[in-house]
Design a protein around this ligand. Sequence first.
Ligand SMILES: Cc1ncc(COP(=O)(O)O)c(C=O)c1O
Length: 359
Amino acid sequence: MTTVATMIPHSRPAIEQEDLQATVEVLRSGQIAQGPWIERFERDMATFFGLQGGVAVSSGTAALELALRALKIRAGDEVIMPSYVCPAPWLATQRVGAQAQLVDIDLQTFNIDPALARRAITKRTRAIIVPHMFGLPADLTALEQLNVPIIEDCAQTLGAMEQGRPVGTVGRLTVCSFYATKLLCAGEGGMVLSNEGALLERVKSLREYDGAPTLDPSSFNLKLTDLQAALGLSQLGRFSAFHERRRFLAAAYRDVLSSKSAVCPSVPPGRTHGYYRFVIRVPLVRTDPEGLMSLISRLEQQGIHCRKPVFRPLHRYLDQSGFPNSDEADRTALSIPLYPDLTEDEVQQIQQSLAEVLS
Ligand SMILES: Cc1ncc(COP(=O)(O)O)c(C=O)c1O
């Protein structure tokens, strides 16, 4: 059994000297809560997307909740979302009292299936949350045709393109996460971005209660700190390098896997992939419920920590059925370590083990 010390973790934040300097500068400034660094982070993220503005908040989940509140979504309303995603979109929807309508995914892309989303629309539908899964943009062109306000969930995808448009620039609101393992990390954190000033103002007024003229029970303390913003900004400065490195690593994995019993991430025409995760499907494990877990433990014995990319689809928590593609992804999808600071030795070790285990 490989010891923990030699394990290649599934995720590892890329922290460098300049990140340390940025955070130390904030610590020395005597202003470590929400202040000027937050304002800069909001401005620079808005510039990154080419949007009017952003409002930094404490997490991606908080960003989703405030995006829903900004659209005045409440009890009696319905919000469409895919089943194959972490609980954040569902939790945010519950927090505003609305009803989540789960939709199956397109198995090739792991993203929400626009045709099924159309079928889920009712007269109560007020929004659709569109997570761009694992670095690949969802089919925004088809989703726009639904004429339902889109909240783009960019927690897993930044810098990727759909029909020449960067993700995050199509919906009425866009949310980001800066959790420790995300594309840009600040430990924890999130942001809501938009081209609509009125929506941004509403998010801003809901993220804190100090100085508000009235007591709004939906406001709370959801602020980010300057300390986190400094780390996020420092990471943002290296985003292009991160993006290139991720694409390089993905190509290296494809080389090894092309002749193996695995389905590599697909990239439909008109889209680019940001490779937040490198998620393969291993159809051979489909018939054995323990198959994926035993594959994960074989790779772990070789010192490589792989994971199911989504812990459990939402419909399974909620005892709903009729989501065959999410079920298939749940049975067969495997996420392989891919992050900017993987060393060449680690990449080689991963390539060798994959070649062996998936022969
Ligand atoms: C697609 C998606 N949306 C939202 C979130 C929530 O972000 P956070 O962990 O910052 O609350 C995550 C986090 O895992 C995510 O993957």
